[in-house]
Structures are given as structure tokens and as C-alpha cells.
Design a protein around this ligand. Structure first.
Ligand SMILES: Nc1ncnc2c1ncn2[C@@H]1O[C@H](COP(=O)(O)OP(=O)(O)O)[C@@H](O)[C@H]1O
Ligand SMILES: [Mg+2]
Length: 340
């Protein structure tokens, strides 16, 4: 399989941390695998092993038909990598950085220049193109790093949290670039903390936690695990929680959960919008004033909760991308403490 990724039993420990605890992966050629998990789950370590930057303690991997442990140099020639460890030369301008990458890949100078120009436009870096990269903000660097990974389109690409730290507009644009890349036949392994991103881009999703794949499937398959849709109601006054609970219990297909401090009640339902209208009418007739009500279809976030019993802690850095927003503030230890 020239473009496939296959890994078996990858284990990597750092001291007493088992960063990878037996990871198996299969990415058929031309498909996108989303490796989804919170900070410290083992995503970057997986990418580093598969891209030959790190040797696992045990396990094996084949990328683009080449054994990662036996022939790392050959693997490197067949892959592209962008992410937390890729290199941008600070002293070169954005344009020079991209041209240099093209030259490294044996493009002639003219072609490299054209390609650099296209990518600078694409990633909204045209204005800053002739400034040294060291003057770039975190979000701009990240875009430059991604552009550098796309100068050539190798058969297998790895992207480690490609959109972390990008603002919504740049994220959307990057998603389009990624989809285009994949339409061209590239096999992609992408890591993300963003559930909607995996949903949007990946054919298959592997949910990782504590160095293990805890679930795999399509977004729909994973969503189905949470048991379908729910009605969520936020009541206006705390003393309305009681009557609202009774109403929801009558319509629900399971237990009503209550978050007292936010006055939010949730119950699994079937019946969709029609049922929602009935619930509203019933709440109204009981004199319950509602601040908010909605029908929620499960997100991958819900999947994570149903799989692990805790929420995926997603670094909230999505809205102003122009800062360095790499989410490395909390490792696994922090996360564990915070869910106690
Ligand atoms: N070079 C390293 N030295 C020590 N511990 C590491 C190193 N790299 C990763 N780890 C630890 O391994 C675990 C997985 O890390 P990582 O793969 O970076 O997770 P993710 O990319 O999903 O956030 C974390 O607990 C992290 O602190
Ligand atoms: Mg990481």
C-alpha cells in the first residue's frame, strides 16, 4: 500500500509516563484519520514515532509501504509533516522560507517562486510575505508552517493540531486546503482536540486517551454511542427545576440530568422537533419560565464524555489566533487533577 499508514502495538514511555500504551492504527490509502484527544493523550508522540522523529520502545509501523524503524530516511522522503515541531527559519521572510522548501524538494527556482506566492495568498500571508518570520505572530507562524508543509504534496501527510491557534476564518480556509489535498489522493493523519474538526475532515476517527485508542469509527458511529438526541432546557428560576424535571421525565427516554448551578436540565429523547414543541407547551402550562431550550444532537464531545466519563479539555484559543496558542499548558497530570 504505497500511501497507507499502519501501526501496531506502539509503546513509548518517558520515565514513568506511558505516552503510548499500545497504539494500533490503520489508515487506508487516500483516507483521512483523525486522532482525537485532549492534551497529553499521546497524539504528538504518535506523530513523532510515525514520522521517524522518535523511536518507540516497542511496536512497529509502516508508512507509505516503508518500515519506519528499519528505513527512516526513506520514510522521510515520502511524507510531509506540519505541526508543533516543524521548522520555520526565523531570519528568512515568509516567502523565502517557502521558496527554500521548494528548492529542498528539487523544484526549480521559478516553480518554487510561483508555488510560494500561491501559498502565501492562500494563507493570508501575502502582506507579510517579505518580512522576516521572526516578526510574525503565533497565528501567522502556524500558517507559514502549514504552507511549508504543502509546498509539495507527498503521498502521506501528517498534521499535528493544524488549526490550533487559528481564528475561525483561517481555520475554515485551512479545512478547505486540507480537503483539496485529500481529493488529490493524499493519505492524511491529522491530530486534533477539536471534535468538530475531526467530524468535518476525517473519514475515521480514533479517540485517544492516556496513550490508548479508546474508540474508533466514523463520526456517526461514535455519535451513535451516546444514544441519540436530547432536549436541553435552562429554566429561569431555581425553584422551577422541580416542575421542569417532572415534565421532562414524562417525555424522556432516560434519566433527567440536572446541573443545578446553571439551571440546565437534559433528557434523552426521540421524536425531534415535534416533541420539542410539546415539551415547550407543557412547560408553559405548568408556569415554568424558560431561558433557553433546544434539541441537541450528540457531538463528539459527548462521545468523549460517554467513553471516558470526563469531558475532553479543549484549549480555548479559537477566537483570536494571532497569538501563540499552542496548548501545552496542561499535561496529563494537570488534567487528572482537574477531573477529580
Ligand atoms: N519528551 C518528553 N519527555 C517527557 N514526557 C513527554 C515527552 N513527550 C511527551 N511526554 C508526555 O507524554 C504524554 C503524551 O504527550 P503528547 O504525545 O505530547 O500528547 P498530546 O500531543 O496528545 O498532547 C504526556 O503526558 C506528555 O507530558
Ligand atoms: Mg500534541
Amino acid at each position: 500500500m504505497p500511501g497507507a499508514i499502519h501501526a501496531e502495538g506502539l509503546v513509548k514511555t518517558f520515565g514513568d509516563v506511558r505516552a503510548l500504551d499500545g497504539v494500533d492504527l490503520d489508515v487506508p490509502e487516500g483516507t483521512v484519520l483523525g486522532l482525537l484527544g485532549p492534551n497529553g493523550a499521546g497524539k504528538t508522540t504518535t506523530v513523532r514515532v510515525l514520522t521517524t522523529l522518535l523511536r518507540p520502545d516497542s511496536g512497529s509501523a509502516v508508512v507509505a509501504g516503508i518500515d519506519v524503524l528499519k528505513n527512516p530516511n526513506e520514510v522521510r522522503r515520502s511524507i510531509g509533516l506540519s505541526g508543533q515541531f516543524a521548522a520555520v527559519d526565523e531570519y528568512l521572510t515568509g516567502r523565502e522560507n517557502l521558496q527554500m522548501v521548494g528548492r529542498l524538494y528539487q523544484m526549480n527556482a521559478r516553480v518554487a517562486k510561483i508555488r510560494a506566492g500561491e501559498l502565501l495568498d492562500r494563507f493570508n500571508l501575502a502582506e507579510a510575505a517579505d518580512r522576516p518570520a521572526k516578526t510574525y505572530s503565533g497565528g501567522m507562524r502556524r500558517r507559514l508552517d502549514l504552507a511549508a508543509a504543502l509546498v509539495v504534496s507527498p503521498p502521506v501527510m501528517f498534521m499535528d493540531e493544524p488549526t490550533t491557534g487559528l481564528d475561525p476564518r483561517n481555520r475554515q480556509q485551512l479545512w478547505e486546503v486540507i480537503q483539496e489535498l485529500v481529493r488529490g489522493g493524499t493519505t492524511l493523519l491529522l491530530t486534533t482536540q477539536y471534535l468538530e474538526e475531526a467530524d468535518h475532515l476525517a473519514d475515521t476517527i480514533c479517540v485517544v486517551d492516556h496513550g490508548k485508542v479508546i474508540a474508533r469509527g466514523t463520526a456517526d458511529q461514535l455519535k451513535a454511542r451516546t444514544g441519540g438526541e436530547r432536549v436541553e432546557v435552562v429554566v429561569h428560576e431555581p425553584d422551577e427545576i422541580g416542575p421542569a424535571r417532572e415534565v421532562l421525565a414524562a417525555y424522556g427516554k432516560g434519566d433527567v440530568t440536572v446541573a443545578e448551578h446553571t439551571r440546565k436540565l437534559t433528557v434523552p429523547v426521540t421524536g425531534g422537533a415535534k416533541l420539542l414543541a410539546e415539551v415547550i407547551r407543557d412547560l408553559d402550562s405548568r408556569g415554568v419560565e424558560i431561558d433557553d431550550i433546544g434539541l441537541r444532537r450528540p457531538t463528539l464531545d459527548d462521545v468523549f464524555i460517554s467513553l471516558t466519563g470526563h469531558a475532553a479539555e479543549v484549549a480555548d484559543d479559537s477566537d483570536d489566533g494571532e497569538q501563540d496558542a499552542r496548548p501545552q499548558a496542561h499535561g496529563r497530570k494537570n488534567r487528572k487533577e482537574s477531573v477529580k
